[in-house]
Design a protein around this ligand. Structure first.
Ligand code: FCB
Length: 481
C-alpha cells in the first residue's frame, strides 16, 4: 500500500500510550461515513461573500516539463536494489503538461474558468542551476508569467519550494544540513528581486510535514529514508528556511505595483489531514490519534507562531527554538485532501492510519468525504489568521468525471457554510488547473480541472471544471447595466 493511502507518521504514534484526554477538544465530534455511490449533484450553487477568491494551483515539476536538474529527476531514474525507481509506474516526469511553453495559453484557460488567483511554484533548479549562478532568462520567464497573469486580472501567488530542489543542494545533504537554509534565503532574495513588483502573496514551503515525513520517515519520496531523527532535523531546517525567507521577503518586497497591493503576505502551505480513531471506545487508538494530529497537523503551524518546534516525542525528535521563526505567518495556507482512521495495532504491530474501505474513493484510493474541508478550516481558525485553501481536489479518471463534480460542489457548500459561521477563509484554490505528474504515482491520477491528453497536449475542460466555472460565475458581481 502506498504512503498516499496511509498516514505519514510511523513511529510517532508509538508514543501513544497514556495520552488519551483532549482529542475531542482538538477534533470535535466524529465524522459520518461517506457515501458508497456518487450522489446527485445539488443544482444550487454555493454562495460566498463578495471578494472571496477563486483560483487553482500547480507546482513547477508537476506541470512545466524539462525540469531535469532536481532531486525528483534522480528519484525517477535511479534504480533501487529491487530494480524499481521511486515512481510506482516507472514513469519520468519528462515534458509533463508543457506548462513552461504553454503558459500563455493556459492563462486563457484560467480566464475561461473565471479564476482570479493562480498559485504556481518557481523551480529552484532552473533559477540556480549551479550554486551561486542564477539564470536571468529563467527569472525573466517567470517574471513574464506574472505580467501575463496581472494583465489577465489574475493575482499570482508564488511558492518558493514545492518538494523539489537543485541536485547540487541534494548532493550537499539537502535540508538535512543547515547550509540549505542559507542557500534558500539567497534563492528567495533573487526571486523576490525579480518578481516582487508583481507578487504580494508568497508561500515559502509547500507542506513541510509531507516533504519531511514522506522523504525521511516513510521513504516514499526522495531520499527514501526511514528515520525519525533525520526527519526531525529536516523539519527543523525547513522551519528555519521559512523564517529566513519570511524576513527576506518582508525586507525586499513591501508591495507590488498593483494599486490594490497589500504588503507582502507570507505563509507556508500546510497539509492538514483529519485523523480520527477507528474506534472512539479504544483508548489506545484515541491516544495514538492525538499524537499523530499534534505532530503532523499542529507542529509546523505552532512552531511558526511560537518560534519553538516540537516534533516527535521525548527522547526522539526535536524540541528547540528556531531563530527568527516566531510570528512568521501573515496568513495560513491550508492544503486539505482527506480524513483517515487511526488503527492500533496495524501491520507489524504498529499503529496505522488508513481509509474507511466501505466508502466512495477517488482514483488515489482516498475516501471522498466532502465535509472534511470545512472541518479542516474550522480547526485551523484557532490560529486566528486569515486562511486561504491553497490546495484541495480529487483524482478522477472517469469521463465524465462525476465524482469531481459532486465532490467539488459539496466541499465548497461546506466551506461556504463555515465562512458564513465566521471562519475567516479568504479564498479557495483548486488542485489542480490541469492533469499533471503526481509524484510517486506518476501520470495516472487525474487531478485537473482540464484533462490533458499527454500525446497531443490538448486540454479539455472536465465536468468538474464546468461546475467550478459555474460556481465562480454565480459568485461574481453582476456587470453594470
Ligand atoms: C499535495 C501536493 C501536491 C499534489 C497534491 C495531490 O500533497 O502538495 O503537489 O501532489 O497533494
Amino acid at each position: 500500500m502506498s504512503i498516499r493511502s496511509r498516514a505519514a507518521w510511523l513511529g510517532l504514534a508509538l508514543a501513544g500510550a497514556g495520552v488519551a484526554a483532549g482529542l475531542r477538544r482538538d477534533q470535535t465530534r466524529p465524522l459520518r461515513r461517506g457515501p458508497t455511490e456518487v450522489p446527485e449533484v445539488d443544482p444550487e450553487l454555493p454562495r460566498f461573500p463578495a471578494g472571496f477568491h477563486f483560483g487553482a494551483a500547480t507546482s513547477a515539476h508537476q506541470v512545466e516539463g524539462g525540469t531535469t536538474n532536481n532531486n525528483w529527476t534522480r528519484w525517477e531514474r535511479e534504480l533501487r536494489p529491487d530494480g524499481r525507481t521511486g515512481v510506482l509506474t516507472g514513469e519520468w516526469c519528462g515534458q509533463a503538461s508543457e506548462h513552461w511553453e504553454r503558459f500563455e495559453d493556459d492563462v486563457e484557460r484560467m480566464v475561461a474558468l473565471g479564476l482570479d488567483t493562480y498559485r504556481f511554484s518557481v523551480e529552484w533548479s532552473r533559477i540556480e542551476p549551479e550554486p551561486g549562478r542564477f539564470d536571468d532568462a529563467a527569472l525573466e520567464r517567470y517574471r513574464s508569467w506574472c505580467v501575463t497573469l496581472r494583465e489577465a486580472g489574475i493575482t499570482p501567488m508564488v511558492t518558493l519550494h514545492h518538494f523539489t530542489e537543485p541536485l547540487w543542494l541534494t548532493d550537499r545533504g539537502g535540508f538535512e544540513q543547515p547550509g540549505a537554509t542559507v542557500a534558500f534565503e539567497a534563492f528567495t532574495e533573487r526571486v523576490v528581486d525579480a518578481l516582487g513588483e508583481y507578487v504580494d502573496w508568497w508561500v515559502t514551503i509547500n507542506e513541510p510535514n509531507v516533504y519531511c515525513v514522506l522523504g525521511w520517515l516513510y521513504g516514499e519520496f526522495p531520499p527514501g529514508a526511514k528515520d525519525l531523527g533525520r526527519a526531525a532535523t529536516v523539519l527543523y531546517h525547513l522551519m528555519e528556511a521559512h523564517a529566513r525567507a519570511y524576513h527576506a521577503i518582508h525586507k525586499r518586497a513591501n508591495a507590488s505595483t498593483d494599486p490594490a497591493a497589500l504588503p507582502a503576505q507570507v505563509s507556508i502551505a500546510q497539509n492538514l489531514s483529519l485523523f480520527e480513531p477507528r474506534s472512539w471506545a479504544n483508548p489506545a487508538e484515541v491516544a495514538a490519534t492525538r499524537i499523530v494530529h499534534r505532530n503532523y497537523n499542529a507542529a509546523p503551524i505552532h512552531a511558526c507562531q511560537t518560534g519553538r518546534l516540537r516534533f516527535g516525542f521525548p527522547g526522539a525528535g526535536v524540541n528547540r527554538r528556531v531563530p527568527g521563526l516566531e510570528g512568521t505567518l501573515d496568513w495560513l495556507g491550508v492544503n486539505h485532501y482527506f480524513r483517515q482512521l487511526v488503527k492500533v495495532p496495524g501491520p507489524e504491530g504498529l499503529p496505522e492510519a488508513g481509509f474507511d474501505h466501505s466508502s466512495l474513493k477517488s482514483q488515489m484510493g482516498w475516501d471522498l468525504l466532502p465535509g472534511t474541508l470545512a472541518r479542516a478550516v474550522r480547526w485551523a481558525d484557532r490560529y486566528q489568521l486569515p486562511i486561504v485553501v491553497t490546495e484541495h481536489g480529487i483524482a478522477d479518471d472517469a469521463q465524465p468525471d462525476l465524482k469531481r463534480e459532486w465532490f467539488l460542489q459539496e466541499s465548497l457548500a461546506g466551506l461556504a457554510e463555515a465562512v458564513e459561521h465566521g471562519v475567516d477563509v479568504r479564498g479557495y484554490l483548486h488542485w489542480s488547473l490541469m492533469d499533471n505528474f503526481e509524484w510517486a504515482q506518476g501520470f495516472g491520477p487525474r487531478f485537473g480541472l482540464y484533462r490533458v491528453d499527454y500525446d497531443t497536449q490538448e486540454r479539455t475542460l472536465t465536468t468538474g471544471g464546468e461546475r467550478y466555472r459555474d460556481i465562480i460565475a454565480a459568485n461574481r458581481p453582476m456587470p453594470p447595466g
